[in-house]
Design a protein around this ligand. Structure first.
Ligand code: PLP
Length: 443
C-alpha cells in the first residue's frame, strides 16, 4: 500500500464501521469498494474492471468519468463553488432555459435529487389546486423522504406507514399480469378507466394530481400500451387534475428521448427528474412546471426552499450533460443499441424457460423471470427472493458484471455510451446465468 492511502480492506472496514448503507441490515452489508471508473466500467478495490450493466443506480447515463463532465465541473469549481438559492447564476439560468426547451414546459425548481423533486411537486400541486389528494400507482417508487415514500406503492413504504395523508393508489398498466385479467389486444384499458371510477369515488374536487413514473422503473419496468398516456392526460383534463410524471429514472436519454412521455406525445403539467439530469456527477433534481403552475407562483408564495437549490456546480454539470446528449448523438445511439438489445431480449425469452417476459424502451429494460412460462409463477415472490434468483445474481457477479436485480426482475440498463461489443458481452453473461437457472428448474 502507498503511504497515506487506505487499502481496499481498510476502506471497506471504515465504511462498515462508521457509515450506514441504504436499504440494508447494517450487519449484513458487504459493500464493494470502488476506486475508479472509465466509460462502461468501474474498478473495484483490487483494480479489477466491472461492466456496469445498471449505470450504478440507473443514473450514470454518460458513463464513468466522461472527460467533458470532468472539465465542466472543474471549470465551475474554479469560477464559483456555491451561491445561496436566492442568487442568480449563469449555470442555473442556462439549465432552466434548456429544460424548458427540451420538455416544452416553463420553469424549473431545483432540488438535490428525485425524492425532493417529488416532495416539492406534491406540495406545488396542492398549493396550485387548493386540493389535497394525490393519486399514485401501486407498482411505483418515488423516493425515500416521507412524502415521496408514501406516494410510492413499493413495499419499501410499509415500515414508514401511515406516512403523509391524502395518497390514493390505483393499479398499473402491467399487461403481462393484468390486474383486470385482460390482454392488451382485447381489453378496454381498464388500467385507465378504473382510475376514473376512483376519481369519482374520492371526489374530483379533493384531488390535486395524478403522479406516475414516465415508465415504471424499479417495480418491474412497465411500459404502458400506446394509448395509455393520451387517455390518462384526457382524464386529468376532464377532472382538472394536474398530471405529474416522475422521470427520475426514465428521463434523459434512457429511453431515447428527453423524457419517456415524449414517446406518446403528451405534455404533463409537472415533470420531476434527477439521476440522468447530471448523470450522477453532481447531486441535482428538478421540478419542471408548465405555464399554469409557473403563473400561479408569480403572485403566490412558493412555500419551499433548500440551501442547495440551484447549486452552481450541480447546474453546470447538468448543462454539460444535456449538451453531451445532443452533441454526441446519444439518442440516436440509444435507438440503435436499443433495437439490438430488444432483439437479444426477445431471443432470450424464446430460448430460456425461466424468462417469462421482456420489456424494453431504448436502454431501459428488464427480464421478468418465472418458474413456469404457462402458470407465470414468479421465480421469486413479490418483495422476496429465492435460491434461483440468488444463483442468477451470483453467477453474473462472479463474471464481474454489475447488474440490478430485485424480486423476480433482472434489469439491463447500461450507460448510454456503451459499445455494442460491451453490451453483447454483458448479455452473454446473462445468458450463461439464465441457462444455469433453467438447469436448476429442470431437476
Ligand atoms: N423516482 C424514481 C422513479 C426513482 O427511480 C427514484 C430513485 O431511484 C426516485 C424517484 C428517488 O430519487 P433519489 O434517490 O434521487 O431521491
Amino acid at each position: 500500500d502507498r503511504p497515506g492511502v487506505a487499502s481496499a480492506h481498510d476502506i471497506a472496514q471504515m465504511n462498515r464501521d462508521y457509515t450506514m448503507f441504504s436499504w440494508s441490515v447494517q450487519g449484513a452489508s458487504t459493500p464493494m469498494v470502488m476506486t475508479g471508473g472509465k466509460g462502461s466500467h468501474f474498478f473495484d478495490g483490487e483494480g479489477k474492471p466491472w461492466l456496469d450493466f445498471s449505470s450504478q443506480l440507473i443514473n450514470l447515463n454518460v458513463g464513468h468519468q466522461h472527460p467533458r463532465m470532468l472539465g465542466a465541473i472543474k471549470r465551475q469549481v474554479d469560477t464559483l463553488c456555491f451561491a445561496g438559492p436566492s442568487f442568480a447564476t449563469e449555470p442555473r439560468g442556462l439549465l432552466g432555459q434548456k429544460l424548458a426547451e427540451v420538455t416544452g414546459l416553463a420553469k424549473a425548481f431545483f432540488t438535490l435529487g428525485g425524492s425532493e423533486a417529488n416532495e416539492n411537486a406534491i406540495k406545488m400541486a396542492r398549493l396550485v389546486t387548493g386540493r389535497d389528494k394525490i393519486i399514485t400507482r401501486y407498482r411505483s417508487y418515488h423516493g425515500a423522504t416521507m412524502g415521496s415514500m408514501t406516494a410510492s406503492g413499493d413495499p419499501r413504504r410499509w415500515p414508514v406507514e401511515p406516512g403523509i395523508p391524502g395518497v390514493v393508489r390505483v393499479f398499473d398498466p402491467y399487461c403481462y399480469r393484468c390486474p383486470f385479467g385482460k390482454t392488451p389486444d382485447s381489453c378496454g384499458r381498464e388500467c385507465v378507466s378504473h382510475i376514473e371510477e376512483i376519481i369519482q369515488m374520492e371526489g374530483p374536487h379533493t384531488i390535486a394530481a395524478i403522479l406516475v413514473e414516465g415508465i415504471t422503473g424499479s417495480n418491474g419496468l412497465l411500459v404502458p400500451p400506446d394509448d395509455y398516456y393520451p387517455k390518462l392526460r384526457a382524464l386529468c383534463d376532464k377532472y382538472d387534475l394536474l398530471l405529474i410524471t416522475d422521470e427520475v429514472m426514465s428521463g434523459f436519454g434512457r429511453t431515447g428521448k428527453w423524457v419517456a412521455t415524449q414517446h406518446w406525445n403528451i405534455l404533463p403539467d409537472i415533470i420531476t427528474c434527477a439521476k440522468g439530469l447530471t448523470s450522477g456527477y453532481m447531486p441535482l433534481g428538478a421540478v419542471i412546471v408548465n405555464e399554469r403552475v409557473a403563473n400561479y407562483f408569480e403572485d403566490h408564495m412558493l412555500w419551499g426552499g433548500l440551501t442547495y437549490s440551484g447549486h452552481p456546480v450541480s447546474c453546470a454539470a447538468g448543462v454539460e450533460n444535456l449538451a453531451i446528449y445532443e452533441e454526441e448523438g446519444i439518442f440516436a445511439r440509444v435507438d440503435e443499441l436499443g433495437a439490438h438489445l430488444a432483439q437479444r431480449l426477445e431471443a432470450m425469452k424464446a430460448r430460456y424457460a425461466c424468462v417469462g417476459d421482456v420489456r424494453y424502451k431504448g436502454l431501459f429494460s428488464v427480464l421478468e423471470l418465472v418458474r413456469d412460462k404457462a402458470t407465470k409463477e414468479p421465480l421469486a415472490p413479490f418483495n422476496g427472493t429465492s435460491p434461483e434468483m440468488g444463483l442468477l445474481a451470483g453467477h453474473i457477479k462472479s463474471r464481474q458484471v454489475y447488474a440490478y436485480s430485485r424480486f423476480n426482475f433482472l434489469w439491463v440498463c447500461p450507460p448510454l455510451i456503451i459499445t455494442k461489443e460491451e453490451l453483447d458481452a454483458g448479455l452473454d453473461v446473462y445468458e450463461e446465468a439464465l441457462a444455469l437457472v433453467d438447469e436448476r428448474l429442470r431437476v
